[in-house]
Ligand binder design. Structure first.
Ligand code: M6R
Length: 609
């Protein structure tokens, strides 16, 4: 939540920072701001709303400075407003800070600063305390003040500070929120996320927890809390600038839906050796390990959790190990049965979701082995896991997750097949069959995308309804949850997903003439059961849109519309059936005129509780 960018060099920081912030707007977009060192003073401009508002406001001003920090906000403490926007500045105007995360003891710090130093607070944020705290502790060097300040702060955060008296210097500190430093030519950067810097560089340092960065145009120094220098390997970033640009697409969500064939292919083929067998780079699971585990937990949030639901079906079916799936915010507080015989799988696109990270730590504390499926290299979840299996989705910018989901699924299929093969719970022919099915997926996804026009037409017809139900059985029910989440988060239509067999235990009471029901009926072995559920809702005059495999003609009898996916094995249908649902959500939201890439109240990465 919230994006941070800092630049120090020889060019005007203003445009570089604004440009970087635009790349981070998916992290929060309720206000934005910038602070720069200029002629021995700090210039600060901040404004409620999108970065474009700020940009417009400062367009005619001659703002110049070669060192500065910027911020795009997702409000936690205090409403979105000009005042609550970052940067926050100390009372004497000497220190400006931008902050991502939460200062948990801000109330206590506010009281102390008011009583002991007479500080007057101007905002409702927790962040403002950092500016005042650093300022009252600033006796010599900014880095010393920051290190003193963080001794008094509790919470999960990353922040960057500049002082009017130390030209060319940005000091940043990380504790449980993402922070990177970027090596430019004659300039250096700090940022919360890689996309902000892709235009300028491809070499970064990943900053670890409890580390301080001092950034000047000449160098980047990383220090621990005792001020010992930290030696860090430079990380070469493989993402390209184009990955973080819309490249002619109207929205990032649509671009990312279209990128799925490529992302799936990348994630898959990098894990197949020359003999067509799975090679799990980054994972060191042996047969002995697998025999030792008596249970797998898959824990995640939102869309990643929905990928986990599919994971349960396939791991249990193929590897025959019991799997529990839980949302991270529940898992972390319910004292789950976890011990050293548990394999804990965390799934996270960003690798920074606080609940997922906390659940992972809880599982580790109880002795579990932790394997994570993550998209962002070097993210917190990746770093704290015993084994990491990266999705090769490239940066996902739209808040609504699409290509991260399908690549997470690919990773779970590979993990399931790999485990099953080691344990001998599947035959070699089945192993090869499923692998061949997976290899055929990218082209089949392209086929579905090439028929997006049909879904667009359907969306034009249905976009103004106020309620949609998603139903399915077996692995289809897992996809129903994802379809429902996609629709509600971008279109704001009230949608609800349920295992179809559960309908008659209550929810069917909501069926009325013209209620929209999206029925996933892709499982051959459950087809008759699902058909009966469709008949039940159709009998209540529902408008049924079925998702079925090509060739299933019978389903037309009871469906108002049918969207066909190419034929494939039952096991791999989620990789295809989710595509029309993503497109449906996208086109409905577009028809309704919603801000698709930046839905209200949401942010891409939820780094607060
Ligand atoms: O970065 P993560 O995968 O950990 O994020 C988890 C959820 O916050 C995320 O999937 C969210 O549900 C998306 N907005 C869904 O589209």
């Amino acid at each position: 939540m919230c994006g941070i960018v800092g630049y120090t060099g020889h060019e005007n920081a203003r445009d570089i920072i604004i440009d970087g912030l635009k790349k981070l707007e998916y992290r929060g977009y309720d206000s934005a701001g910038i602070a720069m060192q200029s002629k021995g003073e700090l210039i600060v401009r901040k404004q409620k709303g999108k970065i474009a508002n700020l940009e417009k406001t400062i367009a005619d001003e001659h703002l110049y400075g070669t060192t500065g920090i910027g911020h795009t906000r997702w409000a936690t403490h205090g409403v979105p407003s000009d005042l609550n926007a970052h940067p926050h500045v100390s009372g004497d105007g000497s220190i400006a800070i931008v902050h991502n995360g939460i200062v948990e003891n801000y109330v206590e710090l506010r009281r102390q600063l008011t009583e002991e130093y007479g500080v007057v607070f101007r905002t409702d944020t927790d962040s403002e305390v950092i500016a005042h705290l650093v300022s009252v502790l600033h006796k010599g060097k900014l880095e010393d003040a920051v290190l003193e300040a963080v001794k008094r702060m509790k919470g999960a955060y990353a922040f960057a500070a500049i002082s009017k008296d130390e030209p060319g210097k940005i000091v940043a500190f990380r504790k449980d929120a993402p922070l990177i430093a970027g090596l430019g030519r004659g300039c250096n950067f700090i940022a919360s996320d890689i996309p902000a810097l892709l235009k300028y560089l491809n070499k970064i340092y990943l900053i670890e927890n409890d580390e301080l960065v001092i950034c000047t145009p000449e160098q980047i120094q990383i220090l621990d809390q005792q001020k010992n220098p930290v030696k860090r390997e430079v990380l070469q970033v493989t993402w390209s600038l184009e990955d973080a640009e819309k490249e002619g697409y109207e929205h990032f969500m649509l671009k990312e839906i279209h990128e799925q064939p490529k992302a799936i292919r990348e994630t898959l083929t990098r894990r197949l050796d020359e003999n067509g067998r799975i090679r799990l780079d980054g994972i060191s699971l042996t047969l002995e390990d697998l025999e030792h585990f008596n249970k797998i937990y898959i824990v995640a949030c939102g869309t990643a959790y929905h990928a986990g639901l599919v994971g349960k079906y396939i791991i249990e079916k193929m590897a025959r190990i019991p799997v529990e799936v839980d949302v991270a915010s529940e898992f972390r507080y319910r004292d789950p049965f976890v011990d050293d015989r548990t394999l804990f799988i965390a799934i996270s696109q960003s690798g920074e979701t606080l609940d997922t990270l906390a659940a992972l730590r809880e599982a580790k504390r109880k002795g579990a082995r932790v394997l994570s499926v993550v998209n962002v290299v070097g993210s917190s979840v990746a770093r704290e896991s015993d084994d990491v299996f990266y999705t090769w989705a490239g940066p996902e910018i739209a808040v609504a997750s699409t290509k991260a989901y399908t690549t997470q699924l690919i990773c779970l299929y590979l993990i399931a097949l790999y485990m099953a093969d080691l344990r001998g719970t599947i035959s070699q022919s089945y192993y090869q069959e499923v692998l061949a099915e997976l290899q055929a997926i990218p082209d089949k996804v392209s086929t579905i995308i090439s028929r997006a026009g049909e879904i667009e037409e359907l969306a034009k017809y249905l976009y103004n309804r106020d309620q949609v139900f998603f139903i399915g059985r077996g692995i289809d029910s897992a996809v129903a949850y994802e379809g429902s989440l996609k629709l509600k988060e971008v279109s704001y239509i009230n949608s609800f997903a349920i295992a179809a067999g559960e309908l008659k235990h209550g929810t069917i009471a909501l069926m009325e003439p013209e209620t929209i029901v999206i029925a996933l009926a892709t499982q051959d072995f459950l087809f008759d059961k699902m058909y009966s559920n469709i008949v039940e809702v159709k009998a209540r005059m529902a408008h049924v849109v079925s998702i079925a495999k090509e060739g299933d003609e019978k389903i037309r009898e009871e469906s108002t519309e049918v969207i066909y996916i190419p034929r494939c094995a039952d096991e791999v249908t989620p990789l295809l059936s989710v595509i029309p649902l993503q497109l449906f959500a996208y086109y409905v939201a577009r028809e309704r005129g919603e801000d698709i890439d930046k839905p209200r109240n949401l942010a891409k990465s939820v780094t607060v509780e």
